[in-house]
Ligand binder design. Structure first.
Ligand SMILES: CC(C)(COP(=O)(O)OP(=O)(O)OC[C@H]1O[C@@H](n2cnc3c(N)ncnc32)[C@H](O)[C@@H]1OP(=O)(O)O)[C@@H](O)C(=O)NCCC(=O)NCCS
Length: 194
């Protein structure tokens, strides 16, 4: 067995200290609000976003479609599930292929005043266009409308695109922890120690 310790940052956004700009989607993309029938769609998009990414090593549930379906089921069944912070982005299609769901985010209430962002993801072909930024802003507006004061998330420190995305939007680092992941193998190492 080998054990890896993944460095994780907790970051927070405080509505009382920062404003939330309007989210802007590029041409050809639109918002799909939460409805129950979309649970498996969120799970599939989540899987497509995370299957080849660092976080699929950190969280077993992100490694396969069945895990993403269970995770999505848990999120939706959570008593703090916030539907207005839960969104898909749809690409309208082009001459090469038809419409496709290409990005996902979900939100939960952790306590009276604090929400938490779950698993923001954009599938690889649609990255770098501003969808990640727009998704987080759209979810923040949902948290704000639910009456929350702060929104928290955890991000693997070595996940530079995600850390940079949150920092640019006004999230601040509040604490660091290490997630222990044990897998078959022989090496003991420290990951994400940037
Ligand atoms: C993180 C992720 C959601 C970003 O989505 P995206 O649509 O490509 O991001 P955007 O185009 O909206 O970029 C917004 C900002 O993020 C940062 N960013 C995005 N990609 C980056 C990269 N490869 N390197 C550094 N910064 C990056 C930049 O600050 C960027 O702002 P800029 O374009 O003004 O420089 C996407 O890479 C992803 O789905 N990753 C896999 C899943 C994952 O790890 N999710 C995070 C879990 S905590």
């Amino acid at each position: 067995m080998s054990t890896t310790y993944y460095k994780r940052y907790r970051m927070e956004f405080d509505f009382r200290k920062a404003t939330v700009p309007d989210p802007q989607l590029p041409d050809g993309y639109d918002w799909v609000p939460w409805q129950k029938a979309l649970g498996l769609v969120h799970a599939r998009v989540k899987y497509e976003c995370f299957q080849s990414e660092l976080d699929s090593h950190v969280f077993a549930s992100l490694r396969d479609l069945a895990g993403c379906e269970r995770l999505m089921g848990d999120i939706v069944a959570h008593e703090g599930f916030i539907r207005q912070a839960t969104w898909l982005v749809r690409f309208s299609g082009n001459e090469f292929h038809g419409p496709v769901m290409c990005a996902t985010i979900q939100g939960l209430r952790s306590n009276r005043w604090v929400g938490s962002i779950q698993n923001v993801g954009v599938i690889p072909e649609h990255r770098g266009l501003g969808l990640g930024k727009a998704l987080v802003l759209q979810a923040l507006e949902g948290f704000r409308s639910a009456g929350l004061h702060r929104v928290a998330l955890e991000v693997t420190a070595a996940n530079k695109p995600a850390v940079e995305l949150y920092r640019r939007l006004g999230f601040h680092h509040v604490s660091t922890n290490y997630r222990e992941v044990t897998t078959p193998g022989a090496v003991r190492e420290l990951a994400g120690a940037s």
